[in-house]
Design a protein around this ligand. Structure first.
Ligand code: SF4
Length: 319
């Protein structure tokens, strides 16, 4: 039996009714910190003042995190945990935390890739992790960044790259996409959210820019869908609907508070540190006007979203 098959036994499906609900595993977005070692002018988290208003990072030792994630493993099986922030790899002890996490769950991240790829690949099995890398041209050269992406690819990870369509970068997106594609790497275009030269985005994109971005992203279904969500919002206006977010998904903030989703003023599901965290037991009604999620888990619309909640190879083998 291959090493990959051996590890498959350790990955556990949800123990209860969740195993029959799409997407058949529990997903977490874990904003472990809003700190970052980069200072990009277009950062969606804003700068000092805005960041100061965000939940503070709580530093726990890797062993304490493993206790918390073991408890989640016991209750909900192996989850798909998407580490984000801020830059998650700024968190003290992060390599130990990720190594422990993938011994029971599977892993994904959004990262600027400023860390040591060799150390990571020595500690994290490639079938348990998907790596979303974000290229930040104000902080690193394209060649240096691409070199690290290719190191991850060659180590066996599923890896892709994100590039923010900040207005001054739009002219560079096509060339970057070609270079990534020539290496077999998908490049996702993320629309800019913020203010540039007095215009508020994404509403500030011109018709021509929108057409260009749509064309450039048209080959990747998830980019296409997220752009439709951004640019055709009125199509998605909804009345009250039943949503499985909170049953099959939770978003964790750096202070340990967990929420149903990324909406403003979301339903709170408790806190990871004080032991009060619990997923909802059934889909609950939601009447938020502005749903922020293009893959929101609305009941009856599984064809739209189920395939976009993706797990690494080790968990796919069990589906
Ligand atoms: S429909 Fe959107 S806003 Fe409402 S719970 Fe689902 S993801 Fe959140």
């Amino acid at each position: 039996m291959s090493a990959e098959k051996d590890r498959e036994k350790e990955i556990k499906r949800p123990p209860d009714f969740r195993r029959d609900l799409e997407p058949r595993r529990v997903f977490f977005t874990w904003d472990i910190t809003y700190d970052c070692n980069y200072r990009c002018t277009y950062c969606s988290l804003g700068y000092e003042e805005e960041r100061a208003r965000k939940p503070k990072t709580v530093i726990l030792k890797p062993e304490k995190w493993m206790e918390i994630w073991s408890g989640i493993y016991e209750r909900y099986g192996s989850a798909q945990v998407h580490l984000s922030g801020g830059e998650p790899f700024c968190y003290p002890g992060i390599m130990d935390i990720v190594e422990g996490l993938v011994s029971m769950h599977t892993f994904e991240c959004s990262t600027n890739l400023s860390w040591d790829v060799k150390e990571f690949s020595a500690r994290v099995p490639p079938d348990r992790a998907r790596i979303g890398t974000s290229f930040h041209p104000q902080m690193v050269s394209f060649d240096e960044f691409l070199g690290k992406v290719l190191e991850l690819r060659d180590a066996g990870y599923e890896v892709w790259s994100n590039y923010v369509a900040y207005p001054p970068f739009i002219k560079d997106l096509g060339g970057a996409k070609k270079r990534f594609s020539s290496e077999g790497i998908n490049m996702s275009i993320l629309t800019f959210e913020g203010v540039y030269e007095g215009k508020s985005y994404p509403d500030g994109y011109s018709e021509e820019e929108i057409r260009y971005l749509r064309e450039l992203g048209a080959d990747l279904p998830w980019v296409r869908k997220s752009m439709n969500w951004t640019f055709d919002k009125e199509k998605y206006a909804k009345g009250p609907r039943k949503c499985l977010m909170g049953v099959m998904y939770a978003k964790i903030h750096p202070d340990g508070n967990a929420y149903r989703c990324c909406a403003q003023d979301p339903v709170k599901l408790g806190n990871l540190f004080d032991g009060t965290f619990e997923l909802l037991e059934e889909a609950a009604m939601c009447d938020k006007e502005a749903c922020p999620c293009w893959k929101s888990m609305i009941g009856g619309e599984e064809d739209r979203w189920a395939d976009h909640w993706v797990v690494p190879r080790a968990a796919r083998l069990q589906k």
